[in-house]
Every structure is written in C-alpha cells, then in structure tokens.
Design a protein around this ligand. Sequence first.
Ligand code: UDP
Length: 441
Amino acid sequence: MTSSTYTGPAVFGYETDKPRRVASISVHTSPLATLGGKDAGGMNVYVRELTCHMAELGLPVDVFTRRTDPDTPEILEICDGVNLISITAGPPEPVDKNQLFELLPEFAEQMALYSLRTGVRYDVVHAHYWLSGWAAHLLKRYWNTPFSLMFHTTAHMKNVVSPETEHETQLRSLIESKLVHLADSLIAANPDEAADLIWREHCDSAKLCTIPPGVDTDLFRPLDREACRRELGIASSEQMVLFVGRIDPIKGLDTLLDAANYLKAHGSPARVHIVGGDFGVDGAPVGPLAGLAAVAEERGITDSLVLWGSQPQNRLPVFYSAADVVSVPSRYESFGLVAVEAMACGTPVVASRAGGLIFTVEDGYTGFLTPIGDGTAHGRRIFELLENEELRRSFGRAAHVAASRFSWPAVANSILHVYERLAEGHRANLCCEDEIFAGAV
Ligand code: UDP
C-alpha cells in the first residue's frame, strides 16, 4: 500500500475557519487490526468507517496508532485520503492496555515531531477511548488544536455491570473524569451515555453531541438464507442462533451459555454459532475462546455450540443471513454494532437491555430485549422466535428498515459539523440537529 498524497497547505501558524485535515488518535488498537480478537471490534470499525467517509466528504484524515511491530511501514493508506501513521512509543510490540498510560507523553511528543517533520498541520484532533483522549490532552503542549473525544465505553459504565475482579483501574476512572472537562467536544454514542456524562460527570452539555455510529448498509443486507447456509455447510432445517463479537466478559457469554442450557433443557435442537476468538496452530481454541469451550464442556453443552473463530467482516453478512436469531447478551454496549448489522441483514435480535442496545433494538418489533445477565429470559425469547417463523419474518422485515437509520454518510456529516464548529473557534452548540435517535428518548 502507498500513502495518499497530501494536497492541502503545509504550513504552521496558518489560521483557518474550516478544517483541512484531521488527526484521529487510536493509541491502543489499529483500525486495520483483525476484528473479533481481544482488543479489536466496534471501535476499530468506527475509526475506519468514519475516517473514510470523512475523506469522501473532502476532509483528509491521518489516524495515529502505537507501533506494535518494528516492520510496519510508518504510513499505510487505509482508503483514499486516509493514512494510518504508526508512532513509536515504548517497545514496538504488543503491550497490555493497562501499561500504555505511561507511554502517552512519548506518543504525543512523537506525534508532534511527525507533524513537524512532514509539515502537516491539523485543525482538529479526534480521540477515541480514554488513552487517546489523554494523548490528545498532552498534545496541547505542542499544538493549540481543539480536540473532540469519544470514550466508546467508560470505566463507570463497565464497572457497574462487572464483578469486582473485572473492574477497570481507578486511574482510568480518574482520567475519564478529568477528560470530560479537558476535551473541547465530547461525542456520546447513545442518549444514556450522554445523560451519564452530564448528570454524573457534570459535563457541559453545550459541548456534548449524541451521534451513534453507522452501519455499512451496502455490505450488511439480506442475502438468500439457503445459499448462505450452503456456503457455511449448515443444514436448511437447523435452528441457528448466532453470536458475533470479541470473547470478553463484557459480552455476556456466560448469559449465552445459560440461554443455551435453557434451550437444551426445553428440548430445542438449536445450535449456538459463535463467531469471534482465536484458534491455535493445532486448530484448538486458545485464550478466552478456550475458556469458553471449557465452561461449555463442564456444563455438558459442547454439542450445542459451534466455534468459528473470528471472521473477516465482509464474510459476516453470510452468517447473519443464515441465522434464525442473533443473540447479543452483552452486559454493556456503547452502541452494539453487531445488533444493527444483523438487523440490516433482516435477522431478528435478542439483546440484553444494556446501553446502546436499548435504542437500536425495538423490543417486540425488531427483536426482544431481556434483563442483563438473565440467561433464562434470554433463552426463553430465543426459543419463542425459533418456534415462530411468522414472528421471525415480521421482526426481520422491521429490523431491516430500522437499521437503515444508521447510515455512515449521515453520521460523517454530523461529525463534520462538529469539526467545523471547533475549527471556527466555537466551544459550545457544536451539534447539528441529530434526528437519528429522535423518538428513542
Ligand atoms: N467483527 C468482525 N469479525 C469478527 C467479530 C466481530 O468483523 O469475527 C466486527 C463486527 O462486524 C462489528 C465489530 O467487530 O462491526 C464489533 O462491534 P460491536 O460494537 O458489536 O462490539 P465492540 O467490539 O465494540 O464491543
């Protein structure tokens, strides 16, 4: 791959009221990382899609990530107008997320040096996740560039639904509270997250916009169920429940196993297909997927599970279209791309009543919402859908229409408006009229 050519002015101290180039920061994970692994999922998709749609609107973007491999070229083109810049900060190898904070001063310094070296000036910084937010804050030592921050999840939102052993660090909570006030703009993915930032963190609502991610409706569309099943080697008569995502406790896989137990105990022959996680060279699951397989074996439900490992995103429409029901049993989702991707493919979703899912899955119309962590309720709703083809069809049709609200061009336009307001010097009233969640709150 080659880097895309920068055509804008390469000067410093040049005042403008329109952004000409954006620096997007994703320190801990690259938008080109393999999806469905431990640390690569919705945020990676978000950064890739948003930046590429932004470039289509005429605004080029450089995405900065931490180098994890000495051989990665400094600049890689993600799409026309968007470059991925690998910044060396700390060892050029994977480092645990919790060890990255101390590398952020070096990361910010190296970003500033990169821009000096290449003569590129940025008009807006868009940071993703708390680590990148802190890097954006440190960058203010070098540039007086406004920054917009999207947390994707917050420690608070995660901790309230997680056992203490899985709690996020106090450092993360502390930094997130500071960043709410340090950032020039905040973007929340759903109305609940926005309310939390305002009422718990006392965020200035004038700088907060609620803009959900989008879904690629060209890729995620209903495909012929039988053809998809043939491609996957799944019998037409099989009752197929599908889970797609990272194998992480926040995804509620314990609830999914409880639901699989419920199905089995009620005589359902359904199988639960799990897309996500890794296999070793010997073909056996490794890491968190191995843990899941071990728990399934203990419970005697191994036969009800099919483990696929992570799949390239462009193959997922085949899985969604083949499935009878998609299960999203997460303890928390900032948005929950998987639910909306499945809906776009015309497949009903059974999801937990958590975070963004409350606003995307319409209970009793496009799918069902069940209490967080309640495997019996989750299993019962899946069972109900598996047993009722007419209900599945009607939910699937409604789901397909509902998902079309989340279009990337609309999302990119809303965020472009925020960038323009920031570049013009505004620090309030940053949002354009956002209709996406209208009627949802
Ligand atoms: N995904 C993928 N391959 C996989 C598993 C997941 O491409 O094997 C993608 C999926 O299409 C979705 C994203 O990863 O776009 C997961 O996003 P979501 O918001 O559901 O979860 P997050 O990872 O943000 O918690």
